[in-house]
Design a protein around this ligand. Structure first.
Ligand SMILES: Cc1cc2nc3c(=O)[nH]c(=O)nc-3n(C[C@H](O)[C@H](O)[C@H](O)COP(=O)(O)OP(=O)(O)OC[C@H]3O[C@@H](n4cnc5c(N)ncnc54)[C@H](O)[C@@H]3O)c2cc1C
Length: 475
């Protein structure tokens, strides 16, 4: 028995050492390995270069023929994928924080979560934040991200004072809406194609507490949900979860969550008022391995949507919740993307102009409910316009849907593209993994100006990604 125990122990130890050696060998510097971003689709053989100093970055640029900057890999598809990727994650120092004016200056590899850790305690919050805080400042600028406040506060770039960028020739340029403004607006939302963003200075907004006063309202169908959005336009934050499997009169039923930063008065009589800028610690969960492909079948997706819709019998629920719970509910489950299994998933996020939103959303939802392709999670949001040359947003509604990669999916999404196009809409680059160059060209009206600017800034396509080649932003 003792020998058997020893045998098992040495087999396990041998296995662990073997796995570690394989990992170290396949990740040794200078080796390409298969890498994906958040959707785990596609995966490319890539070499990841990291830098901590300007000199190291210049050397990388000298050594590679072409590359794409990369932040924390939270874009879903291939925006940050290429055979050579330049990670900013080790270039992540705070440079200054003016706690009187609410202005912060940091290197591009700093995560939004790290900014909030420093600033919330001092009574300042990010004016724009997406549905995850685990992204870098560089990634936030290059995708010009938006959040639940887009209809009121615009995009990330609207709150930038200035940024520094390393161009293809290794030179460093400062740009802002006033200085080198063409470079600035080509870089905001420019998907890393103008150069490596090194640092940024940005405005924050003042807060009295780390909490959000939230109202959650249940809607019976899509029209009802859109009415509630329009009624909620004066709220700083709004977003809706929508059940995209129910057909008939209940199609598009869901919940809208609207919120405002809670004041001290909102916390009156509440124990949380004692330390209003210190949210309580919450446990984190982890998905430790890729789920098997059969896990996310249509039965599970339907059951999940049913439970979510019926979880609260009341039409309106009011609460005061901490900012993590309101803005980043998905960040609580680390690596939740693994539930989609080894083939990964893609997020299909489109936007339609206001005048076509109701008819267009209904036509597209009808196609989705008929297809049985059902998305686990679908998020609807009201938008305003966006600046820059490759803006995703416009006044209208956007719907974001997650689809596991499976046979026939891309043919189905091509069909959805046709509908999006016919209603005057477009797809979001930072979520995309498969849009055609033709679709991109037809739906991004300022593409020509962007390309002319890019020709000046990045003439030899030194910065390029799998996505930029696919959609025709690089050759
Ligand atoms: C759960 C979840 C929720 C999300 N919710 C939203 C949302 O509500 N709104 C929204 O707008 N987005 C959302 N996103 C998308 C995400 O905010 C963007 O994809 C963001 O750009 C990711 O930043 P990153 O640091 O991970 O960059 P990466 O994914 O690594 O790169 C994204 C792009 O930025 C470029 N880039 C990165 N760093 C630099 C740099 N230093 N210099 C130049 N270019 C650079 C890359 O080349 C690439 O084109 C969400 C993503 C997830 C996973």
């Amino acid at each position: 028995m003792r020998n058997f125990g020893k045998y098992v122990l040495s087999a396990v130890t041998g296995g662990v050492i073997g796995a570690a050696a394989t990992w170290l060998w396949s990740n040794r510097p200078g080796t390409a390995r298969l890498m994906g971003s958040w959707g785990n689709y596609p995966k490319v053989a890539a070499q990841l270069h990291t830098f901590q100093t300007i000199a190291e970055l210049r050397q990388i640029l000298k050594n590679v023929h072409s590359a794409i900057p990369r932040g924390n890999g939270r874009s879903y598809g291939d925006s940050a994928l290429a055979p050579h990727m330049i990670s900013s994650l080790n270039y992540n120092k705070f440079l200054s924080f003016d706690t009187q004016a609410g202005i912060i200056h940091c290197q591009a590899g700093v995560l939004l979560s790290e900014i909030l850790e420093v600033t919330v305690a001092k009574g300042w919050f990010l004016p724009v934040t997406p549905g995850t805080k685990l992204i870098t400042v560089g990634g936030a600028i290059a995708s010009d991200v938006h959040g639940k406040s887009q209809h009121k506060a615009g995009n990330f770039s609207d709150h930038l004072v200035s940024m520094e960028l390393m161009l293809a020739d290794g030179s460093i340029v400062t740009c802002s809406p006033e200085q080198n403004n063409e470079l600035f607006w080509t870089t905001c939302g420019g998907m890393g194609l103008t150069g490596v963003i090194l640092s940024a200075t940005m405005h924050l907004i003042p807060i009295e507490t780390a909490y959000i006063r939230q109202e959650s309202l249940r809607a019976d169908n899509l029209d009802h949900l859109m009415d509630l959005f329009e009624e909620s336009e004066s709220w700083m934050y709004s977003v809706a979860w929508i059940d995209c499997l129910t057909k008939g009169n209940g199609m598009g039923r869901g919940y809208i969550m609207r919120g405002e930063h809670a004041t001290l008065t909102d916390l009156a009589g509440d124990s949380r008022r004692k330390y209003p800028l210190e949210p309580r610690w919450k446990p984190k969960l982890i998905v430790p391995f890729d789920f098997p492909e059969f896990f996310l079948n249509s039965f599970i997706i339907k059951a999940f949507n049913f439970v979510l819709y019926h979880k609260n019998p009341k039409k309106v629920v009011k609460s005061v919740i901490d900012y993590d719970e309101f803005f980043y509910p998905l960040d609580v489950i680390y690596q939740w993307n693994r539930i989609y299994g080894p083939r990964g998933f893609t997020q299909y996020q489109f936007i339609l102009p206001t005048e076509n939103s109701r008819a267009g959303m209904k036509a597209i939802m009808q196609k989705i409910t008929d297809s049985n392709m059902g998305s686990f999670l679908a998020v609807l949001k009201l938008y305003g316009p966006q600046r820059g040359y490759l803006p995703f947003a416009m006044a209208g509604y956007s719907l974001a849907l997650d689809f596991p990669i499976r046979d026939g999916l891309f043919d189905f999404l091509d069909e959805l593209d046709k509908l999006v196009l016919s209603y005057g809409g477009r797809l979001y680059l930072t979520k995309d993994a498969r849009m055609s160059a033709a679709m991109f060209k037809e739906t991004y009206p300022q593409l020509e100006t962007f390309l002319q600017n890019l020709q000046q800034i990045n003439p030899n396509d030194k910065f390029r990604s799998r996505q930029s080649d696919r959609v025709g932003l690089t050759k």
